[in-house]
Design a protein around this ligand. Structure first.
Ligand SMILES: Cc1cc2nc3c(=O)[nH]c(=O)nc-3n(C[C@H](O)[C@H](O)[C@H](O)COP(=O)(O)OP(=O)(O)OC[C@H]3O[C@@H](n4cnc5c(N)ncnc54)[C@H](O)[C@@H]3O)c2cc1C
Ligand code: FES
Length: 322
C-alpha cells in the first residue's frame, strides 16, 4: 500500500499488518510520535483519503468524535488501502538520518536495584548523529523492538548510554538483567523521536519519573556543559531514594552551577512537587519524560498554573506494542 503525506507529497510503502508509523520510520521518515503505544496522541494525523484499521480496537489516545472527524493515530493504525494523510513533518527539528546498526555492549553497571546502565559502542565508520533527548530502538527477534532514551549528549559520543529499567517478564530487560555481558552484540535503530533540546533563553524545567531521567540527563548536560547561561531546574521523581541513582552527581552539579537547581522527589507525585516548588511556570520551557500517567499529569496540571502548553515537550515511556 502507498501512503502519501500532505503537504509535502512524500510517499512511502506500508505493508499489511504494520502500523503506518512503523512503515514511515523504517523508511527514514521521522514523523511525529512519542509513546508508540496509542496513548499520547502525538502521532495524530488527518486521513484525507483511504481507510485505516485498528487491529486492537480504537486506542486510548483518540476519542470517537476525533475518529469520526477523520483523525487517526498512526502508531496503531494499519493501512487497509492506499492512504493520503495530513501530518506535520518535522524535519527541521530532527533532521538526522535513522539507521539500523550493530552495537557492542562495552560496559554494564547496576545503577539502582532495578535499573541497569548500558554503554554501547557503535561501529566507528558508521556515523550516528543524534540530538539530546532522542531515543533508539533495540531490535529483538521476531521483529519486536524496545525503545530506550539516549542518556548522554551528542558532544560526548564515544559510547551510547542507556538506563534500562527491569520489567518483570520483559523480553529485553530480562536479558539485560540475566544473561547479558560486556562484549555482547545488539542491533539498534535510531535516532528516533522529537523529544529534543530546543535552544533559546527561556529557563528550562525538566521533570522526570524513574528512567525518564535518561533523556533529561542528555538535555541538561547539553545546557550545562556547553557553557550556556540558561537557568535549568530538574525535578526527578522515583519510588525510593535508592532509585534516584544520579542523586549525588546531580547535587554536585547544582553546587557547581549556580544556574542549575535539582530536587529529588520520593514522596508523592513529582508534578505536585513541581507545582508546590516552582513559581512563574509561564516563563519555562518544560521537558517531561517518564511513565504515561506522569506525562498526563504534567500536560494537564502544569498549564492550570500558567505553563504554556505549546512549550511543554514530552516523551511518554509507554510499553512496547508487539
Ligand atoms: C520513547 C520511549 C523511550 C523510552 N525510554 C526508556 C528508557 O530510557 N529506559 C527504560 O527503562 N524504559 C524506556 N522506555 C520504556 C520501555 O521501552 C518499555 O518499558 C519496554 O516495553 C521495556 O521492554 P522489555 O522488553 O524490558 O519489557 P516488555 O517485554 O516490553 O514487557 C514485559 C511485560 O511488561 C509489560 N510492561 C512493559 N512496560 C510496561 C510499563 N511501562 N507499564 C506497564 N506494563 C509494562 C508489558 O505489557 C509486558 O506484559 C521508553 C519508551 C518509549 C516509548
Ligand atoms: S499515540 Fe501514537 S505515538 Fe503516542
Amino acid at each position: 500500500m502507498k501512503v502519501r503525506l500532505l503537504p509535502s507529497s512524500r510517499e512511502f510503502e506500508a505493508v499489511a499488518r504494520e502500523p503506518v508509523l512503523t512503515a514511515a520510520l523504517r523508511q527514514h521518515l521521522n514523523l511525529p510520535h512519542s509513546c508508540k503505544g496509542g496513548s499520547c496522541g502525538t502521532c495524530r494525523v488527518r486521513v484525507v483519503s483511504g481507510r485505516i484499521a485498528y487491529p486492537h480496537g480504537r486506542p486510548a489516545g483518540i476519542d470517537a468524535v476525533e475518529e469520526a472527524a477523520g483523525y487517526a493515530l498512526i502508531c496503531q493504525a494499519h493501512a487497509v488501502e492506499d492512504l493520503v494523510i495530513e501530518t506535520r513533518e518535522i524535519r527541521h527539528v530532527t533532521d538526522v538520518e535513522i539507521r539500523e546498526l550493530p552495537a557492542r555492549v562495552a560496559r554494564m553497571e547496576r545503577l539502582a536495584p532495578d535499573v541497569m546502565g548500558l554503554w554501547l559502542r557503535l561501529p566507528a565508520i558508521e556515523p550516528f548523529a543524534w540530538q539530546a533527548g532522542q531515543y533508539l530502538d533495540v531490535m529483538l527477534p521476531g521483529e519486536r523492538r524496545r525503545s530506550f532514551s539516549i542518556a548522554n549528549p551528542p558532544h560526548d559520543a564515544a559510547l551510547i548510554e542507556l538506563h534500562v529499567r527491569r520489567t518483570p517478564g520483559g523480553a529485553f530487560s530480562d536479558q539485560v538483567f540475566g544473561s547479558m555481558k560486556a562484549g555482547d552484540l545488539l542491533r539498534i535503530e535510531g535516532p528516533l523521536g522529537q523529544f529534543v533540546y530546543r535552544p533559546g533563553d527561556r529557563p528550562l524545567l525538566a521533570v522526570g519519573g524513574g528512567t525518564g531521567y535518561a533523556p533529561l540527563k542528555a538535555i541538561l548536560r547539553t545546557v550545562l556543559e556547553s557553557g550556556l547561561r540558561r537557568d535549568a531546574v530538574l525535578y526527578w521523581g522515583a519510588r525510593a531514594a535508592e532509585d534516584l541513582y544520579d542523586d549525588a552527581w546531580l547535587r554536585g552539579l547544582a553546587a557547581k552551577h549556580p544556574h542549575f537547581h535539582y530536587t529529588g522527589v520520593t514522596t508523592g507525585p513529582v508534578h505536585e512537587a513541581v507545582l508546590r516548588g516552582v513559581a512563574g511556570l509561564a516563563g519555562f520551557d518544560v521537558y517531561a519524560a517518564g511513565p504515561p500517567a506522569m506525562i498526563d499529569a504534567v500536560r494537564h496540571e502544569l498549564p492550570r498554573q500558567g505553563a504554556d502548553p505549546a512549550r511543554i515537550f514530552f516523551d511518554s515511556f509507554d510499553r512496547a506494542p508487539d
